[in-house]
Design a protein around this ligand. Structure first.
Ligand code: EPS
Length: 392
């Protein structure tokens, strides 16, 4: 239901995004956008770029006096680093910048150069850079304000960095599913907001920081796993009727589209392959109020590709950043010689930031499915449609 586009090179003049299909009358708070942009920039293990940038977007259209108009929303983020790159990245002037000819194993460098026929790998890495995720977070910050009109809440935390993990998880908070599960999920995410590695468990946090520091000192990088959750998601989003309408398929595709993500899990997805049905599936019961309830949420809020009213739980694994200060063996693409991989200023660990990007991707996918299910051109119309639906 929403169309979105982003453009911009990492060291180009600016990043831009357009969001089309937003209903009118949705209140948009500028500070909420700024907050999400700041959250993405944070995290222990980030490189020098985050000290240069202070990501603050300008809204060019689609919002007037704090409310959406129903017209396309366009967003601009100027790169503060641009003056330092102008001569190497200008759209027209000059072409004598030193080309990058040595791909980093694990990066888009090699495959991207082969695909687009680039001799200079800079033409690949500029757009493949995770800097682009700044615009996804900006788009997500607007779409989550649409979802907030219906009390949908989205949060995240990091559960693993390298070999260090926390046992406190969203999936665990829902097993068993109690009256405290929702509050627990919110509290885990809120505590993570105060942590430099987005992990609210002080013991695990400490070990995660040490792991990143060791990687830094060793000229290495480190990946990890984060968890995202969406609460108060209405049942009925997505569909079992066709593969690309399945809510879990849409979420998995969106998460796999975050740079560096190599695996996605919905609920206790990997556990499902090793647990008997009698122990895995979330049994029903009728609560005191006559409503349908569950005692667990291993399905992660989605059954048959459709949301079932339980918290939507998504995990994603991020590989270690491919840029290493002690680089891996590589090849010079022009000279055909064996050399060490290209080095570029980079992060040592970006898992905490990826968790914030995950929240944005979840907001995008849920907002689209929500709009498809309830329909309407204005917030008031959609509210009427939502209120006319029976809850199970
Ligand atoms: C990023 C900006 C980039 C990197 C990082 C993400 O800035 P620069 O390349 O100028 O240091 O810090 O990108 C990568 C790790 C990558 O592989 O491209 C950002 O804004 O998130």
């Amino acid at each position: 239901m929403f169309k979105m586009l982003t453009a911009g090179e990492s060291h180009g003049r600016a990043l831009v995004a357009i969001l089309e299909g937003m209903p009118s009358g949705v209140p948009i708070d500028r500070e909420k956008i700024d907050l999400q942009m700041k959250r993405r920039q944070a995290g222990f293990g980030r490189g020098g770029r985050m000290k240069i940038e202070c990501d603050e977007v300008s809204i060019l259209s689609g919002i007037r006096f704090g409310k959406t108009l129903g017209s396309p929303i366009s967003i601009l983020l100027e790169n503060k680093d641009w003056p330092n790159w102008k001569e190497r990245m200008d759209p027209f002037e000059g072409n004598d910048a030193e080309p990058v000819c040595v791909p980093r194993p694990g990066h888009a460098d090699f495959a991207g150069a082969v695909k687009y026929g680039h001799q200079d790998i800079r033409n690949v890495l500029e757009r493949a850079s995770a800097r682009e995720t700044a615009m996804r977070v900006a788009l997500g910050a607007i779409l989550r304000q649409f979802l907030e009109c219906f009390d949908v809440w989205i949060g995240s935390h990091v559960i693993r960095i390298g070999s260090e993990e926390t046992r406190t998880t969203f999936v665990g908070a829902c097993d068993p599913m109690t009256e405290y599960s929702i509050a627990q999920i919110r509290s885990i995410s809120e505590k993570a907001d105060a942590s430099p590695v987005r992990c609210g468990n002080p013991e695990a946090e400490d070990k995660m920081i040490k792991t990143i520091r060791s990687a830094m000192e060793a000229g290495d990088s480190v990946g990890g796993i984060f968890e995202t959750a969406a609460l108060n998601v209405p049942p009925g989003l997505g569909s079992y009727a066709f593969w690309d309408r399945r809510m879990d398929a849409m979420i998995a595709a969106a998460f796999m589209g975050i740079p560096g993500i190599k695996a996605v899990e919905i609920g206790a997805g990997f556990q499902s392959g090793q647990t008997p049905g009698s122990e895995f599936h979330d049994a029903f019961f009728i609560g005191k109020n006559g409503a349908v309830h569950r005692r667990s949420n291993r399905a992660g809020g989605i059954e048959g590709g459709v949301t079932n009213g339980m918290p939507v739980l998504v995990r994603a694994a991020m590989k270690p950043i491919p840029t290493l200060t002690k680089p891996l063996p590589s090849v010079h693409m022009a000279g055909r010689t064996e050399v060490k991989a290209h080095q570029e200023r980079s992060d040592v660990c970006a898992v905490p930031a990826a968790a914030v990007v995950g929240e944005a991707m979840l907001a995008m996918q849920l907002a689209g499915a929500f709009h498809e299910r309830f329909g309407g051109d204005s917030l008031d119309q959609i509210k009427k449609h939502v209120n006319s639906h029976d809850q199970p």
